[in-house]
Design a protein around this ligand. Structure first.
Ligand code: SF4
Ligand code: SF4
Length: 306
């Protein structure tokens, strides 16, 4: 390595006659790099862009160079750094250009991204999400890609993009508070939701069980009502009640029809559980009549008050 330069950095210096050959398929140059600023004509003074220490000097707020309206960013400004820093520089420069074109003073910082209003969740069963695999972008073979600047990954089709989106677990919606699990187990008694990361069972963490809701859920909606983020939804359609978490279908249960008014009002499984729990308490056959709560109240008051 060389002696430290003005920035305190040492550089690798080639040693004469130290070369050797190594078989390789791909070579990634990963020692310190520096931009080739020859095109700026610094030595011939054909450009007014300032540079120092082999890097372009910019205003750190706007990324504007010493030439008004000319911006720079990335490794040519910072030296070797991360991609994210280069992206941030691009965003800062874009905001400054926007301010310039609109005749505004440069803003002191980038605004935080604003979350868009949530769109409809893509419905996909958890087991489908687990099974669907990453779209194969048909990467170019190593043999071809090592000598080309062509894109190594092709763009994916509309259908593939939709399939990719359906794999999203929407983990941004669930804050892992565990209220759904507590409600279902302690208040409802179904114990249909098991999220392993929420609860410790002795030393061993409980396993997340995706099959459990379809087997045990009765579609009462209590988990959705208690979910603080709206991650759980309940929807009645085509004679079934679908309960979903983060867009993943937890259960799909048949709806019962009220024998008085003809409205669909609860799942047959929920009704069965309720009827079982009151069996024998309200007369010989009072336990198995499928009547919605509004009709039950009306019939009850008619019986009492006439
Ligand atoms: S809808 Fe299903 S999972 Fe939710 S509380 Fe009721 S029984 Fe439990
Ligand atoms: S689905 Fe809702 S209630 Fe359940 S853990 Fe996530 S945020 Fe909490």
């Amino acid at each position: 390595m060389s002696d430290p330069d003005a920035s305190g950095r040492r550089k690798p210096v080639p040693l004469k006659h130290s070369e050797f050959k190594l078989d390789a398929q791909l070579f990634i140059f990963a020692t310190g790099q520096q931009p080739d600023l020859a095109y700026l004509g610094l030595e011939t003074h054909s450009s007014n862009v300032n540079a120092a220490g082999g890097r372009i000097v910019v205003d750190s707020l706007t990324m504007e160079t010493s030439v008004p309206g000319v911006y720079a960013g990335g490794d040519a400004v910072t030296g070797p750094a991360t991609v994210i820093k280069a992206v941030a520089a691009g965003k800062r420069a874009a905001a400054a250009i926007d301010d310039l074109l609109r005749g505004r003073a440069p803003s002191p910082g980038l605004a935080y991204p604003v979350k868009r209003s949530p769109g409809a969740l893509l419905q996909a069963h958890a087991s489908d999400r687990a099974r669907d695999s990453l779209i194969d972008g048909h990467a170019l073979y190593i043999k071809e890609r090592k000598n080309t600047f062509d894109e190594a990954l092709r763009a994916i089709s509309d259908e593939e993009a939709l399939a990719e989106a359906a794999r999203c677990l929407r983990c941004d919606m669930c804050i892992a508070c565990g209220k759904c699990m507590d409600t279902c187990r302690d208040s409802v008694g179904s114990d249909a939701i098991r999220l392993g990361y929420l609860e410790q069972s002795g030393e061993k963490e409980k396993e997340t069980d995706f099959m459990r809701p379809q087997e045990r859920c009765m579609g009462c909606g209590a988990c959705a009502a208690n979910c603080p983020t709206g991650a759980i939804t309940v929807e009645d359609k085509h004679g079934f009640r679908e309960t979903s978490m983060c867009g993943g279908l937890m259960s799909r249960l048949e709806l019962a029809t009220c024998q008085e008014c003809g409205q669909q009002f609860a799942t047959t499984r929920h009704l069965g559980v309720v009827n079982d729990s009151v069996r024998g308490k309200f007369g010989a056959d009072g336990h198995n009549k499928e009547v919605c709560s509004e009709c039950a109240a009306r019939v009850w008051s008619l019986n009492i008050f006439g």
